[in-house]
Design a protein around this ligand. Sequence first.
Ligand SMILES: O=C(O)c1ccccc1NCC(=O)[C@H](O)[C@H](O)COP(=O)(O)O
Length: 213
Amino acid sequence: MPAPRIKICGVNSAQALDAVIAARAEYCGFVFFERSPRHLTLAEAQGLGARAAGHVTRVGLFVDADDATIADAVAASALDVIQLHGEESPERVAQVKAQTGLPVWKAVPIASAADVERAARYAGAADLVLFDAKTPKGTLPGGMGLSFDWSLLAGWKNRAPWGLAGGLSPANVAEAVRLTGAPLVDTSSGVESAPGVKDAEKIAAFCAAARGT
Ligand SMILES: O=C(O)c1ccccc1NCC(=O)[C@H](O)[C@H](O)COP(=O)(O)O
């Protein structure tokens, strides 16, 4: 089984970004959602976007954002990929893709086999479907360190390019990859020492464990 691609989400400091680059993760996630402890201002995003250039692919994360919010973030941080993590429809995904000219990933919250079935409506519209744990109402829609029953993904049968998120950490990512065959793994709180504080050692350990090295 080839090693999965790795995304470290919620990168919000130069130190965290340097750790992501040193660990050779393929993607870094920049969060543009004010309620998140990992939220970036446009000025912060500009600095981190420039620092990441040529080293790691920049993924901008949005939750039911309007066109102007997305356009401003793309311009500030030279994003390479858009990740939509709210209740965006397949039509909205296609619209964002057309407007930005960038690949769009759609995060889909999973708690049941029916949720996996519902994700199929994004095949064709999204460039990648990111399966993440469903979070409790009133909390953040991601970055909560919650996982779901990975065996539910047996029903997906590679209907579109996909990735696995939700509660992944250095301790469980190897098992997650072994059980699901995920071609991409994504983590945020699993490589932090506190909410919004990335830990360089955990980032290195996560990448090594995901690759089985
Ligand atoms: O990270 C956040 O703060 C966040 C806030 C709102 C929506 C999504 C968010 N993160 C999205 C990600 O891609 C996370 O990596 C993913 O949800 C997994 O998070 P975790 O369970 O903490 O590893």
